[in-house]
Design a binder for this molecule. Structure first.
Ligand SMILES: Nc1nc2c(c(=O)[nH]1)N[C@H]1C(S)=C(S)[C@@H](COP(=O)(O)OP(=O)(O)OC[C@H]3O[C@@H](n4cnc5c(=O)[nH]c(N)nc54)[C@H](O)[C@@H]3O)O[C@H]1N2
Ligand SMILES: Nc1nc2c(c(=O)[nH]1)N[C@H]1C(S)=C(S)[C@@H](COP(=O)(O)OP(=O)(O)OC[C@H]3O[C@@H](n4cnc5c(=O)[nH]c(N)nc54)[C@H](O)[C@@H]3O)O[C@H]1N2
Ligand code: SF4
Ligand SMILES: [Mo]
Length: 693
């Protein structure tokens, strides 16, 4: 008799990483006896290449986390106390439907959905939920919190969120990694950049912080936050004075050359060097490299657009490949986002027709702090009476948390949070509803870093009483008496609707991914999806809205060196082992990140008597945040780095870095300005011991 009987094993289940990351990896989940024991990268998917980041390789740890919410919970203590009791689904749904119904009879626009990219899935992120709120007539949400400044800048220049195919960076001879810490946030692009490096390409990183990526590039240009447009215009200046221009490409495929030329001639490298805080020789050298390399590629990422002039800076940078004709090569051009290559059938998924004649107001998710505190007024409309939050953790991630918390703490606000965990936001809920994870539901995905569609099949049964977002909105629709047939469609039907006939669904079912057929060199012969069909240096659409039609450098709202009280510019880019505020509560990943910290340059630390590891108070007029100092040369002088969006409740004084950020918006796209934030830092080693344990 064998003593060890092997478990019956089935083929791994094909899925997709749901996280807000450009890589959208193809997953293989190994299931034994109904338990997901391992999540791996699918080696058959070229972009994933069998490799996952450290975070998602830990997916089972997150899925089976002892603190997963597994039943509906109802608030049992004061708002924000985090005290809840379990209740049945029927009771929770009936009560929520009744509360929303009462508000809707007065004015459905007093109800606001709040969601972002906790899952990027088109089904769990933007289908049944949208149908529900459209049918209800709730306020619309402007989903601006991440990419809308850069997205708008790109759309007004190239015409859409389209660009180079990521795999061809491997063939480039020069790669500018601009506003991106690729090793942290775009690992599968970094693979291609490494390949190019092995083949002799030069890598330049443009980032105020000496990131892990900057460490591995040939050159690091540590400009001050929010000065990218000045740098780009100086590059154009040099391209002009040295005639490193593709005149034929400019004449045939661009609009507004004379205007851009005049604008750029106002930006000699000396002027830009002073604004950017970098040596003039570095700018000249960069221009020479860019102007004299044929296969020159730019990986632009959203890190550079979280400042007042983020939209204009994106525009200025997006002009560069058209000036040198780099677009002629498949290994030349620019990639910020590839999501415009996907023909998502959004009207079918979201059914805006359910609004009928109604035209609800829009709430900008980035100013939720102020908006929750606004009374009813003619300009604003009705006071917000109810919030339904899913796929997002606004109390941790939205700017100026002091205001956000004050808003969420309103006793008269009715808040429902669909979540996996009791996040900072869930603490303020009236009801928390347990949601499924990616291992437990169907979904279908686009990518903003490559050009393949991915399908996600459920690998395991929903944990506890968890229900998918779609199921929760179906159930709520039923309780509200919405009888339209679209509320009866199941998740597999929704997956099929997402691309209609644009993608081969049979191929998706069989292998888990399918190409979109995005072109290899999208603008080799022009054909930009702009109104003029050209790369628009000048945008009439922007001019018509009262903007400057040409890109310009717009100084930060809170520019470095403009305040004596707050002399340090703070940026707060992503932590490698978290994804925004997701994974912060996964013990193994938390151990890797250590603790909330602020990176300071040794000179700035010395001037304040701050030693490495000391507790510091970071503050401005908006708030005060305690964390530990990391004194090192990743921060440049004058710039401090509050790495990662930790959960507030894990912070020394119950705050995180967004206690300091402002609700001021960007030039284009009405996006937040997380990296446009002045602060002062002081030694707080004498803070009460209770805070330091
Ligand atoms: N591990 C991990 N991966 C992530 C995320 C995460 O939190 N963790 N977040 C995901 C999300 S939501 C997004 S939107 C994407 C992209 O997220 P991004 O915000 O683009 O993230 P990063 O790639 O870290 O790029 C930010 C880089 O820009 C730099 N930076 C800050 N200010 C400026 C500036 O003014 N100019 C320039 N040139 N650089 C600046 C920062 O120092 C940082 O190194 O990443 C996703 N991937
Ligand atoms: N200071 C500072 N602030 C920032 C940033 C920064 O760089 N600095 N980055 C900004 C950026 S780029 C972004 S994109 C935003 C991100 O902000 P959010 O989109 O709010 O992202 P997360 O913090 O990851 O929170 C997502 C939540 O969704 C939940 N979730 C995941 N999947 C599901 C699901 O299927 N159903 C339900 N119901 N819930 C689910 C997760 O458990 C998690 O708590 O933060 C922004 N905030
Ligand atoms: S977070 Fe990004 S790198 Fe990590 S598995 Fe998901 S898509 Fe891949
Ligand atoms: Mo983002």
């Amino acid at each position: 008799m064998p003593t060890h009987i092997p478990l019956a094993t089935t083929a791994p289940v094909r899925g997709a990483c749901p996280h807000d990351c450009p890589d959208t990896c193809a997953l293989l989940t190994t299931v034994e006896d109904g338990v997901a024991v391992r999540v791996q990268g699918n080696p058959a998917h070229a972009q994933t290449d069998g490799v996952l980041c450290a975070k998602v390789a830990r997916y089972p740890e997150r899925t089976y986390h002892p603190q997963r919410i597994l039943t509906p919970l109802k608030r049992s203590g004061p708002k924000g106390s985090g005290q809840f009791i379990p209740v049945g689904w029927d009771e929770a749904l009936a009560d929520i439907a009744a509360r929303l119904g009462q508000i809707a009879t007065r004015n459905p626009q007093a109800i606001v959905p709040y969601s972002y990219a906790g899952t990027m899935g088109l089904v769990q992120g933007e289908s049944m939920d949208r149908r529900f709120f459209h049918r209800l007539g709730a306020s619309l949400l402007e989903r601006t919190i991440c990419a809308s400044a850069g997205g708008e800048g790109l759309a007004r220049t190239l015409g859409a969120k389209v660009g180079m195919r990521v795999e061809f960076f491997a063939e480039s001879q020069l790669i500018l990694i601009w506003g991106s810490n690729s090793i942290t946030s775009n690992l599968h692009f970094w693979r291609h950049a490494q390949e190019a490096k092995r083949r002799g390409a030069r890598l330049v990183c443009i980032d105020p912080r000496k990131s892990e990526t900057a460490d591995k590039c040939h050159e690091h240009i540590a400009l001050l936050p929010g000065t990218d447009a000045a740098l780009a215009l100086a590059l154009v200046h040099e391209l002009i004075t040295h005639d490193w221009l593709d005149h034929d490409y400019i004449a045939r495929h661009t609009l507004g050359w004379e205007g851009l030329r005049a604008r750029a001639l106002e930006w000699p490298p000396e002027r830009a060097a002073a604004v950017c805080g970098v040596p003039v020789a570095q700018i000249r050298q960069l221009a020479r490299d860019y102007g004299t390399t044929q296969k020159a590629a730019i990986r632009l990422n959203y890190g550079m657009q979280r400042v007042r002039g983020g939209g204009n800076a994106t525009r200025a940078i997006a002009c560069l490949p058209a000036l040198t004709g780099a677009w002629r090569q498949r290994a030349g051009g620019l990639l910020m986002s590839s999501s415009g290559h996907f023909a998502v059938q959004r009207a079918a998924l979201q059914r805006p027709d359910l609004l009928a004649e109604r035209r609800p107001r829009s709430i900008n998710m980035s100013t939720i702090g102020d908006d929750l505190l606004r009374p009813t007024s003619p300009g604003f409309g009705p006071q917000i009476e109810a919030l339904v939050v899913y796929n997002s953790n606004p109390v941790a991630v939205a700017p100026e948390s002091g205001k956000v918390v004050q808003g969420f703490a309103r006793e008269d606000l009715f808040t429902v949070v669909l979540e996996h965990f009791q996040t900072d936001t869930a603490d303020y809920a009236d009801y928390i509803l347990p949601a499924t994870t990616q291992l437990e539901h169907w979904d279908i995905h686009l990518s903003y870093g490559h050009t393949d569609v991915l399908l996600n099949r459920p690998a395991i049964a929903p944990q506890g009483q968890a229900r998918s977002n779609t199921q929760i909105f179906r159930d709520l629709a039923a309780h509200m008496g919405f009888t339209e047939p679209c509320f009866a469609e199941d998740d597999e039907q929704l997956c099929r609707q997402a691309y209609g006939t644009q993608v081969d669904f049979a191929q998706l079912l069989a292998q888990g991914f399918a190409p979109t057929g995005a072109p290899e060199a999208p603008f080799a012969d022009g054909g930009f999806p702009t109104p003029s069909g050209r790369c628009e240096f000048f945008s009439q659409a922007l001019a018509d809205q009262g903007h400057d039609g040409l890109p310009d450098h717009l100084p930060n709202h809170e520019a470095a060196g403009t305040s004596k009280r707050y002399p340090l510019a703070m940026i707060s880019p992503p932590a490698r082992n978290f994804l925004n505020s997701t994974f912060v509560n996964v013990a193994s990943l938390q151990r890797l990140e250590g603790r909330p910290l602020l990176e300071l340059h040794p000179d700035d630390a010395a001037a304040r008597g701050i030693a490495d590891g000391a507790v510091v108070r970071v503050f401005n007029d908006r708030g005060s945040y305690l964390c530990h100092a990391a004194v090192n040369a990743r921060a440049r002088p004058g710039v401090v780095v509050g790495l990662g969006v930790w959960w507030r409740k894990l912070g020394l004084n119950g705050t995180n870095v967004n206690e300091l950020t402002s609700q001021a918006l960007t030039d284009l796209g009405a996006a937040p300005t997380f990296y446009d934030c002045l602060v002062q830092v002081e030694n707080a080693s004498n803070a009460p011991q209770s805070l330091l344990d």
